[in-house]
Structures are given as C-alpha cells and as structure tokens.
Write a protein that binds this ligand. Sequence first.
Ligand code: 13P
Length: 249
Amino acid sequence: MRTPIIAGNWKMHKTVGEAVETCRKLEEVVTDSPVEVVVCAPFTSLSALSALGMEKVQLGAQNMFYADQGAYTGEISGQMLVDTGCSYVILGHSERREIFGEDDELINKKVLKALELGLRPILCVGETLSQRKAGETEEVVVSQTAKALSGVAAEQLPQVVIAYEPIWAIGTGENSTPEDANRVIGLIRSKLAELYDGELAGQVRIQYGGSVKPENIAGFMQQPEIDGALVGGASLAVEDFAAIIDYQR
Ligand code: 13P
C-alpha cells in the first residue's frame, strides 16, 4: 500500500510572516489523516517554518543545486535544505524547465544529489499542449522520467515521488480528467517497472498536479494509479488546502 502524499507548491508566494501564519493555521485545521502532507515554501521561509515544529506538515523546498558548496551565486545546496529541516525538494518543475532552462541532465544531477543527502525528490514531469496535440505525451513523460532517474539505485527508488503535471493544466483552470491522468501515470509506472522491476515500481508514489482544487481532488484520488497531488494556487489558502488534504471527509 502506498501512503498518499499531498504537497503544496507555494511557488514565489508569501513573506516569512505570511508563511508562518499559514502553516500555524494548517496545523490546527488539518485532521489526523492517513495522507502525508508537505508544504514546499520559498527558501526564505524554511527556517521559520521548521522552527514551528509542525507535526502534521512536513517541509519541502522548490529547487536546489547539485554541488555541495562553492562559487554558485544565488544557488542553494541540498545540504542547506537538510540543515533547515526539509524532507522533500521539488525538482524539474516545468517552470524551472521552461523559464530557467533546466534540462533533463541537470535535473538528473539534482535528483542524485538529493537522494545522496536523504532528501526526497518530488520529480515533476509533463507535456506541453502542443506535445499533447501531437500525440507525444507518453514519449515525453516516459523520457523525462527515465533521464531524471538515470543512475538512481534500486534501493533509492522508493524515496522518489513523481508528479505528473501536464503543463497545459498548470494555473489555467484546465485539468486533466482523472481517467486520463491515471492512464499517463500508469505509463510512467510501467516505465519504472521496465527500468527496475514491478515490485519497486509499485512502491513509488506518483502524484497528479495541475489545477487541483477542493472540488476535483476526490476524483483524482479515486484513481488506482494516482497517489496524491501537487497543488499550486489552491495550496496558498489554508481553507482550500485543508479541504484538499481532507478530501475523504
Ligand atoms: P496549479 O495547482 O496552480 O495549477 O499549479 C500546479 C503546479 O504547478 C504545482 O506544482
């Protein structure tokens, strides 16, 4: 049985004060659920959130660099994230790929470093609208998955969380149907089975992301291949994010 994982990706939102207030409230309103809850906050808020000593909410970052230290102005190392109390780090988000030019090779280096440090990567994969229209969805997500995981040892694989985020569904209000997201996630899992084996592939949690809201979360969670969600906009407001986490109630 895979433990469902629902993560909020706050992107570039919230000051330290706003982040602390949001997480304090979240700890109060989230019921003890069987779902693992993660908040991926901007770097600037991580220490303050860690100091809250949250019990129901785990901390994640939204990016890191693969080097241990050095002359990399503006970058943050994985060790720095561990030091601030992060358990997770989002890697390969489509906004990093598209706006900041990250490619599969760079993402792979980050994945390997995160795993070496005991940080769990939330690896994002997903196709653009034109790729979808051209029938390339499977090829794109399977290739992104395989390249990002190159060199990941079998025993490390269950530490990886994959988020299938079709780019056309991010922040657009358009979402994939639960059935289609389930189909694509099934293809990703089949690739994992081919690269590793069926048993290991069956242990990896694969989320759906893209315009997830309180009104549509249950439909996604009912699908057998979907193990959670990576939530952008709707994770910013406590009421909405709590409703998504407590989707079974
Ligand atoms: P939205 O939920 O705002 O569509 O964002 C999804 C996303 O990019 C999460 O990483």
